[in-house]
Design a protein around this ligand. Sequence first.
Ligand code: NAP
Length: 257
Amino acid sequence: MKWQADDLAVVTGGSGGLGRALVRDLASAGLRVLAVGRRAEALAETAAPNTDRIQTVAADIGDPEGRARVVAAVRGARVRTVIHNAGVLEPVRPLRDVDVASWRYAMAVNLEAPVFLTQGLLPLMDQASRVLHISSGAAHRPSQGWGAYCASKSALYMVYQVYREELRQDGVLVGSVRPGVVDTPMQAHIRQQTPDHFPAVERFVKLKENGQLYAPEDAADFILWVLFKTGDKQFTEQEWNIGDSEHYQRWRETRRS
Ligand SMILES: NC(=O)c1ccc[n+]([C@@H]2O[C@H](COP(=O)([O-])OP(=O)(O)OC[C@H]3O[C@@H](n4cnc5c(N)ncnc54)[C@H](OP(=O)(O)O)[C@@H]3O)[C@@H](O)[C@H]2O)c1
């Protein structure tokens, strides 16, 4: 991906976790970045090391009005990339106990927001723009207690594929990436679950105890490698996965060279 001075990267969920590392890395790479999240103070903390390049907008992207504020904040810029990173894990409990409001909120943030933010930002993108979805292993396999999360990420995987086909003619490339298990507040939240809500909780406790989580900075490095270093066809044709040994090797080798 090539960019010019003043090109903008939009990153949702830039107020913490993986998104914070992505925002800071993009700014260090020379792009202007718009970081989006609900918490203004946490966004300011993300921006603090590079306020020249990092702008913020506090908005709930699960809400059409919040998404409209994001689009309004971008007006006039050329959007080189959008990273749909914001995500919510809740409601964590068996599907039989999930209430409709929390189900809808998960769908609004994890699925509806990427669909409609891409739609809203498209007029500001051009031939060289790249849209990137942050996916998950949960998009591809069921996990008891994560019904809303799995369903929303699985549907997001299909949205990636449909948008990829539909936007090809405009030259806008759409990709998807799985960042692995990353040491973020979402993982801390996972480890706090009870087995009756999330039977696999112990596996995640062990991963943390054994130091097997990716640092957000490393996962962000992989994601930005996918964004910047892959050719057009490579970027879109498959979902990138840090847990895939071939993808992992290609990233590490390029990094060394
Ligand atoms: N961590 C992992 O192991 C892992 C594994 C696979 C995939 N992922 C995916 O990676 C992405 C980032 O995850 P993470 O671990 O960094 O999660 P996290 O630590 O919980 O951070 C989530 C981010 O999303 C933002 N967000 C949540 N709801 C929002 C809303 N309604 N409007 C705007 N922003 C919102 C949060 O900011 P505010 O609270 O300020 O709104 C926060 O910045 C997610 O899509 C997640 O599904 C994570």
